[in-house]
Design a protein around this ligand. Sequence first.
Ligand code: ADP
Ligand code: MG
Length: 363
Amino acid sequence: MRRLQVSAEITLQAVSKVFPGGNAAVREVSLQIEAGEVFVVMGLSGSGKSTLLRMINGLIRPSSGAVVVREQPLDQLSSRNLQKLRRSAMAMVFQSFALFPNRNVLDNAAFGLEVAGVPRQERQAKAKQALERVGLGDQHERWPQQLSGGMQQRVGLARALALDPPILLMDEAFSALDPLIRRDMQTLLLALQSEQQRTIVFISHDLDEAIRIGDRIALMKDGQLLQCGTAQDLLQQPANPQVRHFFQDVDAASVLPVELIVDPTPPTLALPEGASRPDVQAIPKLSYVVDGQRRFHGVIAAEGGWIPASQAVHLLEGTLIREAMDQVAQTPYPTPVLDRDQRLLGVITPRRLLQALQQGCPC
Ligand code: ADP
Ligand code: MG
């Protein structure tokens, strides 16, 4: 097991929770959540997810083990300092939306700031900004009951964002929504995350959701952590048969990146030292032009002639196979896949992609 470092945003060290009556809701869970990641805690109902989350925000004290948030061990904080940390560092979004029916959208979004004692003008300005970010900039005066579930949860999200917390805790926040709306909310969350990275601990019992939004997934069962890793880790290297069972029906193309299915040895041509382009006349057949570090400079498409890298279609490593389909199908030459340093990892043909889709897990 990886050694725990308290420099992570959130660290759980052998955390257990036994409720009165002897029910062990969480058993010896150790994990680290890094700053800026979307960390999904996944598991069936009753597996201990909500209890885990409540131990992270200090609402429940572990029976044993330690929770460290932003380098502060929660069990060593006075209740005043714990409350201070909770208010300054964390905000929660609930499955039930938890909006006040007698407050309009703006006042609901400003509620957390009101509790924190922020003056009216400032909290309204921040709440307006947050509502803008969730697409409700023109709904300030409406009442919760006038809004659809999806819009209500946007208000719930705005209320959390208005606090501008480094950590967002979301307990089944999208579980009550219809599938399409739910997907919209996932998309919104990912968009918000790419604008400003927060540490998000997202509880879900839905594997598709976990895979879609999670940078990493912690899979829980009966209070125990079965495995923690990327969706790819859990799919390709399940730690035990229970993890394998969870992932058995997963669409591998939605989890695995394109670099796993490339042909790593396409025809390449070394760019002559000092040259900016190859001598196309001399090489009429398909070639990928690379330099000494295998950085991609362009492709000589069999019929189309020289296409420099700036105009050549390419995929970046990490792109999911499913997301690459259109591009691969429409590109008249096998699509090059590049790493972050522009190095050519290989190429993908529509045929290769189709095989990967048909076989489920290609690798
Ligand atoms: P999940 O969020 O994964 O559905 P929970 O953390 O809510 O799971 O619950 C885990 C287990 O702990 C369940 O068996 C639940 O009945 C039990 N549990 C949760 N809260 C309490 C409580 N306050 N008192 C007693 N048992 C509880
Ligand atoms: Mg729960």
